[in-house]
Design a protein around this ligand. Structure first.
Ligand code: NDP
Ligand code: 2IT
Length: 448
């Protein structure tokens, strides 16, 4: 391992997810740093991997039984070289500083790739919204915002959703911020339509992912029409990825949640997707109920296994849309054996490093999340622009811009990868293009 990575890892002990993200980027940008001594001299990579600010706070709230509950709250303000900090909030019991630092680090490069002026940030809590009442979620969100509001602002840091944070949570947090600060600004994105939210933002990550895959296939004179697709997750990203796959004539056959997955041999049709969306978004139920309702589907509960059988089914394309590290080396081998030729990440860092190597060696067309899932934050950027201007764009206008941004990110990754003699390598291209943009901004702004 390089001395530089050793130093960063020693400075951030016991943070495996953060190390993984830093390692993966450094491996591909090392040659850029070697070629341009100015980056090395200004210690750009070392500076990028140290948060500008990491805020950690207590969140106290009262549950429906009158019992006092204590959670941890965080905001990682990672890099503001090209714009205000921007990135989601995650509410999940697994949230730690390591997870949020990996996500904030990835967000630096992702946001740079969108072409919009947004720095990198991420935040969240170990609070679990599952099985909580709306009242409990509201009281938690209000307490969380009581502290977070001191550190954010529409020109400072603009959070949004991520795992466990959707329209309901954004609404409660926006209301709390407005009451505390006594101002109506675009301090959060993913707001409801009619109170500052952009059309297409709910769809944007899933739609953008599929637009990105369309661009990858077009490069090979191919399309999604008729392709059998494995999708994991059943939340915001997975739902709209499936919706767009259906619109383009593909056949999605799987979805999952943290308890297990379903395989529907006949395909998840528009009608079945509507059922799934109501089940997950309104009833907040479990996907096992999908298999109870549709007999063509089989439910597989999670088991203690060294691989996830979701990735063993025969298919053409795979879209992991649940969480980090959901595809290991064995899963990668199963994907290849099952005929998968394209894998584009909807989730952040769902594929482990050794699995990426196996997939790329086998010629699988692989796109990293920081490129292929950037449509969500890009549309958040479009929401900010609309809020700054006090205007609303139509559904078509936002969707056209999203399509244009995904095509430009795709082309930008290929240009960067070709410039360094790496052919078609979206992973290296995304890291290099994102790094260079932020690095040049940091150089121009001096040693701060
Ligand atoms: P949601 O909370 O809407 O959905 C998350 C889904 O993943 C649920 O089906 C959930 O199952 C499952 N899941 C979550 N954690 C785990 C876990 N530890 N093990 C297994 N399954 C799990 O989140 P999103 O759809 O918004 O986010 C999904 C991924 O996409 C994340 O990696 C996120 O960072 C990334 N992303 C999201 C963007 C956005 O705009 N929302 C933008 C870019 C990336 P269950 O219901 O059981 O919890
Ligand atoms: O990972 C991500 O890009 C997100 N969760 C979306 C962030 C945003 O600010 O819209």
């Amino acid at each position: 391992m390089s001395d530089l990575l050793t130093t960063i890892f020693n400075r951030n002990p016991n943070e495996p997810e953060f190390h993984q993200a830093v390692d993966e980027v450094y491996e591909t940008v090392e040659k850029v740093i070697e070629k341009h001594p100015k980056y090395k001299q200004a210690k750009i990579f070392e500076r990028m991997s140290e948060p500008e600010r990491l805020i950690s706070f207590r969140v106290t709230w009262v549950d429906d039984n009158g019992e006092v509950q204590v959670n941890k709250g965080y905001r990682v303000q990672m890099n503001s070289a090209i714009g205000p900090y921007k990135g989601g909030l995650r509410f999940h019991p697994s949230v730690t500083p390591s997870i949020l630092k990996f996500l904030a680090f990835e967000q630096i490069f992702k946001n740079a790739l969108t072409g919009l002026p947004m720095g990198g940030g991420k935040g969240g809590s170990d609070f679990d919204p599952k099985s909580k009442s709306d009242g409990e979620v509201m009281r938690f969100c209000q307490s969380f915002m009581a502290e977070l509001s001191k550190h954010i602002g529409h020109r400072i840091d603009v959070p949004a959703g991520d795992i466990g944070v959707g329209g309901r949570e954004i609404g409660f947090m926006f209301g709390a911020y407005k009451k505390i600060q006594n101002e109506f600004t675009g301090v959060l994105t993913g707001k409801g339509q009619g109170w500052g939210g952009s059309l297409i933002r709910p769809e944007a990550t899933g739609y953008g992912l599929i637009y990105f895959a369309q661009n990858m296939l077009a490069e090979k004179k191919d399309s999604l029409n008729g392709k059998v697709c494995l999708v994991s997750g059943s939340g915001n990203v997975a739902q709209y990825a499936i919706k767009k796959l259906l619109l383009l004539g593909a056949k999605p056959v799987t979805v999952s949640d943290s308890s297990g997955y379903i395989y529907d041999e006949d395909g998840i049709s528009a009608e079945k997707l509507n059922f799934l969306m109501e089940l997950k978004n309104e009833k907040r139920g479990r996907i096992s109920e999908y298999a109870d309702k549709f007999k063509s589907a089989k439910y597989f509960a999670n088991s203690k296994s060294d691989h996830n059988p979701l990735w063993s089914h025969k298919a053409d394309c795979a879209f992991p849309c649940a969480t980090q590290n959901e595809i290991n080396a064995k899963d990668a081998k199963n994907l290849i054996a099952g005929g998968v030729k394209l894998l584009a990440e909807g989730a952040n860092m769902p594929t482990m490093s050794d699995a990426i190597t196996i997939l790329m060696k086998a010629g699988v067309n692989y796109a990293p999340g920081k490129a292929s899932n950037a449509g969500g934050v890009a549309t958040s950027g479009l929401e900010m622009v609309q809020n700054y201007g006090g205007i609303y764009w139509s559904r078509d206008e936002v969707d056209d811009r999203l399509k244009g941004i995904m095509k430009e990110i795709h082309d930008c990754c290929l240009r960067a990868s070709k410039e360094y003699g790496l052919g078609t390598n979206y992973q290296a291209g995304a890291n290099i293009a994102g790094f260079v943009k932020v690095a040049d901004a940091m150089l121009a702004q001096g040693i701060i």
